[in-house]
Design a protein around this ligand. Structure first.
Ligand code: PGA
Length: 248
């Protein structure tokens, strides 16, 4: 993925009709210098890929299984996602860590499977409000990073998204100093673990990003873009975020 990236996570939202927004984004941002990624639910991936053809929008998925195939009813492998045109997959989103008990080891296995299938793994991590208030945000995030990122990742097949759980879908965001502190720490740890490649891994902030706060967040050092939930569901909301990133 390009270093600057605006990624939209539709979660369990969207319909075939909603894919029309890809046309609107393609028209508005043709030739733009940042990556644009839409991650719809799995049943829309193939149609989204067709809709995005030849335009600036790339398509990604929201989860994958760590195995290549087998008796895993209801699951989908990374290779299957690649087969329908996904170029990236979100792994370790806090909603999945929480609802399905996904551990750092599970997330790393999924990320490895994704990278093995030629996809970029977008590894999500972030602290809870209790952890933030107890002063544990940095150690929690660093331990998630160490446990969730495959050790031989490159800047081409890894994106890391910092998403404080208490900021997701709540309208609350950390202070700019808090975001900058976490991103500086993630960058330093990535350089330690991956070497020079760690300097180039895109680092996204996620959690209540919208047009009104995007420019301020993108101005921070080591913030290369955003993973956007609610505000990625319509072109009207997502487009100004892409514009703000392009201008940052
Ligand atoms: P939000 O979600 O932008 O709706 O807060 C972000 C995410 O969960 O990736």
């Amino acid at each position: 993925m390009p270093r600057k990236l605006a990624a939209g996570n539709w979660k369990m939202n969207g319909s075939p009709e909603a894919l029309a927004m890809i046309d609107a984004l393609s028209e508005a941002h043709d030739g733009v210098n940042v990556g644009i990624l839409i991650c719809p639910p799995a049943h829309l991936l193939a149609a989204a890929r067709v809709q995005a053809q030849n335009g600036p929008v790339k398509i990604g998925a929201q989860n994958c299984h760590s195995a290549p195939s087998g008796a895993h009813t209801g699951d989908i492998s990374a290779k299957m996602l690649a087969d329908v045109g996904a170029e990236a997959v979100i792994v370790g989103h806090s909603e999945r860590r929480e609802a399905y008990g996904e551990t750092d080891a599970d997330v790393r296995a999924k990320a490895e499977a994704a990278q093995g299938a030629g996809l970029t793994a977008i590894v999500c991590l972030g602290e809870s409000l209790d952890q933030r208030e107890a002063g544990e945000a940095l150690p929690v995030i660093r331990s998630q990073l160490a446990g969730s990122v495959p050790p031989d990742s490159s800047a081409e097949n890894l994106v890391v998204a910092y998403e404080p759980i208490w900021a997701i879908g709540t309208g609350k965001i950390p202070t700019m100093d808090q975001i900058a502190e976490v991103h500086a720490c993630l960058r330093a740890d990535l350089v330690k673990s991956l070497g020079a490649a760690g300097n180039d891994v895109p680092l996204l902030y996620g959690g209540s990003v919208k047009a009104a706060n995007a420019a301020e967040i993108f101005a921070l050092p080591d913030v290369d873009g955003a993973l956007v939930g609610g505000a990625s569901l319509t072109a009207e909301d997502f487009s100004p975020i892409i514009t703000a990133l392009n201008q940052s």
